[in-house]
Design a binder for this molecule. Structure first.
Ligand SMILES: Cc1cc2nc3c(=O)[nH]c(=O)nc-3n(C[C@H](O)[C@H](O)[C@H](O)COP(=O)(O)O)c2cc1C
Length: 365
């Protein structure tokens, strides 16, 4: 990835982080509409090997590496993102109603930590607009749609309105998704993020969604917690809802002490929001390991894990800790589109080194 890291990234990093994000999304959107750029990307970036194939809740995947939610919130660039070699792409978070998110600035880089600080507050065009776009441009790769409650002071987080909000976006979008992920705690929607701390509300939400007739597997993207008792309770709630296929772990809010941050406190103080990338890797991995222990091997639940993945070794570690699929976002910012090929190529080398025949054999090994 020298071309990206030496030539493109320095230019992008001169721009405000949100402008750089918008620019890369726009370039991906426009280039992804034409056949030739997609074909070129596929040739250059895709890694096809039967040992990488896996399944997620019955969905066949070409490989276990996906794009995490947040990069393409409105499903604008899935043509190009699919061509870049990801085994799946997760769009969103999408909410029932459009939202402007939080005031700017709301995206920052911490290059010394290979991290990003995000305070977007889930801006998105709303479920109806995203549905129209997916109708017009269906995804060529398995697509996850991540849903969240609308972030809008006029729609406070009270029951049952929150459940109705998720139900509206679920009904609008489930038929365009291979799976749906429910973002149960956006770290940057301060007024909403603790709503599901009262765990029976997760049960109430799932009961409401059951009434929508779920036709795709549903994943719960949880507020990170090291409290195994809480995780156990959430899994027990999910047990009562057969359409729940697994769990993912969101970013923690703010800058908890146990993140591996080296950036000076004064710098971080100017960056409100949650940290993605390398600093959260160990934090998420510890929760992943606990969750895997709780659900057990051969359970009906699959785990999806994101947090600091930018190499094959990082992805391999998450698979070993029990993830069926691994996702990344910040790694794309620091290493560019070639990160997909690099991760998958290294992953194959690690399979060979350790004598595994397929990535599925590594899960929880
Ligand atoms: C800029 C940014 C925006 C994000 N937006 C969302 C979002 O809308 N919904 C969501 O569930 N996760 C969101 N995430 C979290 C990512 O999906 C992922 O879980 C997290 O960033 C860890 O992966 P990473 O270290 O590879 O970035 C966002 C992360 C970043 C960095």
């Amino acid at each position: 990835m020298p071309l990206y890291e030496d030539a493109v990234r320095p230019l992008l990093f001169r721009l405000d982080a949100e402008r750089a994000h918008e620019l890369t999304l726009r370039v991906s959107e426009l280039s992804g509409r034409a056949t030739i750029p997609r074909r070129v990307a596929r040739r250059a970036l895709r890694v096809q090997d039967p040992r990488l194939r896996t399944t997620l809740a019955g969905i066949p995947l070409e490989n276990p590496l996906g794009l995490a939610a947040g990069f393409d919130k409105n499903g604008r660039a899935i043509g190009m993102l699919g061509a870049m070699g990801f085994g799946h792409v997760e769009i969103g978070s999408v909410s029932a109603w459009p939202s402007d998110g939080n005031p700017r600035p709301r995206l920052f880089r911490i290059p010394e930590d290979r991290g990003i600080v995000v305070a977007y507050g889930v801006p998105n065009e709303g479920a109806a607009a995203v549905r129209r776009r997916l109708d017009a441009h269906p995804s060529a790769v398995p697509l996850g749609v991540n849903l969240v409650k609308t972030n809008d002071p006029a729609r406070p987080a009270v029951a049952p309105d929150v459940y109705e909000d998720y139900a509206a976006s679920f009904a609008a979008l489930q038929d365009r998704a291979h799976y749906v992920a429910l973002n149960l705690s956006c770290p940057n929607s301060a007024a909403d993020r603790d709503f599901f701390d009262e765990l029976p509300r997760i049960d109430a939400l799932l009961t409401r969604l059951a009434a929508c007739g779920p036709r795709v597997p549903v994943f719960l993207k949880l507020k990170p917690t090291r409290d195994a008792g809480v995780l156990r309770e959430i899994v027990a709630i999910a047990d009562g809802h057969p359409f729940v296929a697994g769990f993912a772990i969101n970013l923690p809010a703010g800058k908890p002490d146990d993140l591996r941050l080296t950036a000076p406190p004064a710098t971080l103080a100017r960056m409100p929001g949650a940290v993605g990338g390398k600093p959260v890797e160990e934090y998420v991995n510890a929760i992943l390991a606990t969750l895997h222990e709780i659900v057990g091997r051969d359970s009906r639940y699959a785990l999806m894990a994101a947090g600091g993945v930018s190499s094959g070794a990082d992805a391999y570690r998450k698979l070993q800790l029990g993830a069926t699929v691994v996702q990344l976002y910040t790694g794309l910012v620091y290493r560019g589109p070639g990160v997909v090929r690099a991760v998958l190529t290294d992953l194959l080398a690690l399979l060979e080194r350790d004598g595994f025949e397929s990535v599925a054999d590594v899960v929880g090994a």
